[in-house]
Design a protein around this ligand. Structure first.
Ligand SMILES: [Zn+2]
Length: 207
């Protein structure tokens, strides 16, 4: 841009890949168990790498009383060219927009729960707290993500306790092996590891 020209900024549009709708059961489907809900988050993570639309992470927001899906999410970092487009953030953005509600915990009678194929990174932990989500369920662990080179950021070792102290129910390790199999498939296919400040390779991990 040369001197004297007006500022021009891009429009940022967040939308899910076209294949997502076809991967979901009909609206109103009632999920019977945490395993079934996590199965959806993991299926989204797997399909995301099979379709080449992003990293190996999926998430979904459910309404806990009716056990119905409110909003799916997949990692769109590469597709959008935005480092913050993690699956959890995408699912939460879709949930806020679908409800027209910026605080998912505003109605104490309704609990929304986030299922994430891998435990949230430092950024998503903040996003989850601000969203008003009442329950978080995770598949693969921090270490599983770090094992293939992803940076989870600076997280307190007692983050689960801290979440619980703020009134959020947290459950870890649901269908972990299945979630890890997607991380490993991504590594096998040579998927891009896109950490800020340069890639952190597994050999760099100090854990
Ligand atoms: Zn994240």
């Amino acid at each position: 841009m040369s001197l004297g020209e007006p500022w021009v900024f891009p429009e940022i549009r967040l939308s899910l890949p076209e294949w997502v709708g076809a991967a979901l059961p009909p609206p109103g489907h009632r999920y019977a168990t945490d395993g079934e809900k996590m199965g959806l988050a993991i299926a989204l993570s797997r399909l995301n790498i099979e379709h080449g639309t992003g990293g190996p992470f999926g998430a979904a927001v459910f309404e806990a009383t009716s056990n119905t899906l409110l909003a799916p999410g997949v990692n769109l970092v590469q597709q959008l060219g935005w480092s913050g487009a993690h699956a959890e953030m995408v699912a939460l953005a879709m949930a806020h927009k679908r409800l027209g509600q910026l605080d998912l915990g505003a109605d104490r009678q309704v609990v929304y729960e986030l299922f994430s194929s891998t435990e949230p990174c430092a950024m998503c932990m903040g996003g989850i707290l601000w969203s008003g989500i009442g329950r978080l369920v995770c598949g693969a662990t921090d270490r599983d993500a770090q094992a293939i080179g992803f940076d989870e950021g600076i997280k307190a070792s007692d983050w689960v306790e801290q979440f619980r102290r703020r009134g959020m129910d947290v459950k870890q390790g649901v269908c972990r092996e299945e979630a890890v199999s997607v991380l490993n498939a991504y590594q096998r296919q040579g998927g891009l590891i896109y950490n800020g400040g340069g890639a952190v390779r597994p050999s760099d991990c100090t854990c």
